[in-house]
Design a protein around this ligand. Sequence first.
Ligand code: SF4
Length: 365
Amino acid sequence: MALDSARQLAPAPLELPADIDPAEAIAASAYADRIDVRFSSFKDGRGFSLAALLRGYGYDGGLRALGPLLPDQADALLRSGFDAIAGDARPGPERDGRPGAANIYQPDPGSPATRRTALHQRALAARKARAEALAEELDGAAPETILARTLEVYAGRIALLSSFGAEAALGLKLLADADPETPVLFLETHRHFAQTLTYKDTLAAVLGLKDLRVLEPDAGEAAREDADGALYARDGQACCDLRKVRPLARGLEAFDAVITGRKRYHGGERGALKAVEFDGERVKINPLAFLSPDEVAERFKALDLPRHPLTEAGYASIGCWPCTVPASEPGSRDGRWAGENRDECGIFDSAKTARAERAGTVRLI
Ligand code: SF4
């Protein structure tokens, strides 16, 4: 079997050198849903041929170009069948006696290099179909089952996003039991309750989380857009965009799938949550989607999970302090953005899928 059974049928990206024997590459591609082709130099034409060959043989998974590539090769790479380009951060070749720039290049989604192509559409359709098949397979399944299956499918390219709020400990505990090395992302908005920050550190230590990553707003953007620190009062959506949406977009660049703590009983758009969703950019995994408030409470008790200190004061859903008040009942999100006409901050934008499909774009990483 090719390339050691395509690296033991690994769901992680399969890396192939640009000079691999074409027959071996075609055979290996049958076991991969994402392939990285490593170019030895920007002049190495074999990587272009390899991409075209794999696409010609029907490979429709992710195909990323790695190595010392040049920005002006993007169009040719995309035409060859790649749907993502990532340099390896080594300086590029010297030009006119000057050192080349680092070769990290991500084409602007609005540029001609990324306009709609049949290959992009096919890659988008393949990722969406994979997510929909998983959603069907895992419909109504237990959290442990959803988590185990998706950690396997998206191994090496999946992270969990946590607010370290009122119900966060359950999802984090399940993850710690399944694979504590999985990255956990926390949005440090600089508007959290002090209790949340303490609780984050406590939970990470108690549960043995090994890779907690704190995502912060860009300091320059914050200084420009929220100079007085009161943007939340003037334009809450803009504040969430600055302090949550953009930092998360940057933090998720390396991942294809993100685990959330959302549940159907939260109501609103969450009432129809599936176990697995594709939003046009990446896959969202919702292991707790089908639990009831009572089941969550029972699991907290059975697992003896530490509680967020503010739950005792009636906070059922805990975010930033300017936008959170105690809720009317357990599990309710009616204490979030009270008085505003919204119940989400924008990081779970349900309109994104429709926009992405209309634009025909595929995320470039
Ligand atoms: Fe700003 Fe409130 Fe959004 Fe936090 S929840 S980022 S304070 S608007």
